[in-house]
Design a protein around this ligand. Structure first.
Ligand code: GLU
Length: 472
């Protein structure tokens, strides 16, 4: 069987957004699932709008999502000689011609046709003039004009267009640059692309491309046009709907495997399974499970998928990632072994790495920077509680083993001896060591935080309370 070759050809005129990333993923998965090859190509023929910054940003986003490519990145801006060879061939075989009409003239033709109730298009007035090259001339493809252009779409079935609808479209602009339709066909054909999956916003370009394939004597690849991602209002997804670029999701604390999982599920399904690892996706991906209808982007579901991946990821990997988020919060270089002990306590609670770093903050904060809110002090600490905490601190200080179990037994023993309920002390202890009223289980928190910090923090809090009492 012919080897599958797919491609992702973004234009570096903006960051990689979720729509583009999903298209890239489908192509990447198709290649990986079939043992084929995946090519990255930057369509930067629009020199005014393409920037190196966006090239770098797209490449970074591809790496972050783990979509490694086997070939490329190719740059269309470096391939003008190749496009020109094919344009020359079309000119020589009289399948293309020079046109001297200005943009304003073409616009006027379109308006006229429109007013007559016809399809607005270029009327072909330079087609038979036998014009040669000159500075302001574009090259147009001689569209067949009659008959039909047909292709089979892997998702939408047979697609057919009346050729009378299509005009002699431009293949080389006056500035010498090839147009998208010409460059994409030459590249896809010469790079041996077998399958093209892209958004159905390109559906109207495909008949023109099919005509170029035929004119150039190339075999057609298999086309599949996937429905666009919609916002909740059923309009094409955009920033307005709160959708971010791939790198913004990275910075907001999403795991790449979660974003990959979520995006692939937006338009592909496997029964009602929601959570997939990257390996599972590669194993299970197949074209016949791509959806034919549009999908709605749902940030809440993405958050849910992210929290599921956070729960299921190994703590060691998460620790490395949370380390970066903590560095951003002003805690650089937190010890990874320490973080690996902290992470399992937070996995059930954090919906993102950013949230995990927030929840981990009290663990990594120097003891003397702990800050206690006055209203918590007023609510939870009276003389009786202060007395018990002083005693508990002394008991903790004597412990050699600071495991969760020992801590639990020590506190229970004290409660029994004093005839008091844990309820009286649970929140005061929690507030003393975390500064907050909510945290992971108190004994596991104490154990991970360690004896030195726990004893220090209890001491600092008791000291500040006694200073307060003295001042009153
Ligand atoms: N550069 C085009 C885009 O970003 C590629 C379309 C295609 O896949 O042919 O939309």
């Amino acid at each position: 069987m012919e080897k599958v070759v797919t491609r992702f050809p973004p234009s570096p005129t903006g960051h990689l957004h979720v729509g583009g990333a999903r298209t890239a993923l489908f192509n990447w998965l198709l290649a990986r699932s079939m043992g084929g090859r995946f090519i990255l190509r930057l369509e930067d023929t629009d020199v005014e709008r393409s920037t190196q910054e966006m090239v770098d940003s797209i490449i970074q986003a591809m790496h972050w999502l783990g979509m490694e490519w086997d070939e490329g990145p190719y740059f269309q801006s470096r391939r003008f000689d190749i496009y020109n060879q094919y344009i020359e061939y079309l000119l020589q075989t009289e399948q293309a011609y020079y046109c001297r009409c200005s943009e304003a003239e073409v616009e006027a033709m379109r308006n006229e046709a429109w007013q007559k109730g016809q399809n607005p298009k270029y009327d072909g007035r330079c087609r038979n003039l036998g014009l040669g090259p000159a500075p302001d001339r574009v090259v147009r493809f001689k569209s067949p004009g009659q008959g039909e252009t047909m292709f089979r779409d892997m998702l939408k079935g047979v697609n057919s267009v009346d050729n009378a609808q299509l005009d002699d479209f431009v293949i080389r602009r006056a500035d010498g640059s090839p147009t998208y339709n010409l460059a994409v066909v030459v590249d896809d054909a010469t790079m041996g692309i077998t399958h093209i999956l892209r958004g159905d916003d390109h559906l109207s370009n495909t008949p023109k491309q099919v005509q170029l394939y035929k004119a150039l004597g190339f075999d057609l690849p298999d086309f599949g046009h996937v429905p666009m991602i919609m916002g909740p209002d059923k309009k094409k997804l955009s920033k307005r709907h709160g959708a971010l670029s791939v790198l913004e999701y990275r910075d907001a604390g999403y795991l790449p495997e979660a974003l990959v999982n979520y995006l692939v599920r937006l338009g592909w399904s496997y029964g009602d399974q929601e959570i997939f690892s990257r390996e599972e996706l590669v194993d299970l991906f197949s074209l016949d499970r791509l959806s034919k209808s549009a999908c709605v982007f749902d940030t809440e579901k993405l958050d849910w998928v992210n929290s599921r991946h956070i729960k299921e990821s190994p703590a060691s990997g998460l620790a490395v990632r949370v380390q970066d988020f903590l560095a951003e919060k002003g805690y650089p270089g937190v010890d990874l072994h320490y973080l690996q002990d902290i992470v399992p306590l937070l996995q059930p609670r954090a919906a993102s790495l950013k949230e995990m770093a927030e929840l981990a903050e009290f663990f990594v904060m120097p003891d003397n920077r702990m800050h206690y809110q006055q209203e918590l002090l007023d609510k939870y600490f009276n003389q009786e509680v202060i007395g018990h905490l002083t005693a508990i601190r002394e008991l903790f200080q004597q412990l050699e083993d600071f495991s969760q179990e020992t801590l639990e037994n020590t506190v229970k023993g004290y409660l029994n001896e004093q005839g008091i309920k844990f309820k009286l002390l649970a929140q005061p202890i929690r507030i003393a060591v975390t500064g907050k009223t909510a945290s992971p289980g108190i004994f596991e928190t104490l154990s991970v935080l360690g004896k030195e910090s726990v004893v220090n923090r209890l001491g600092l809090l008791l000291k500040s309370l006694s200073i307060e009492a003295d001042e009153q």
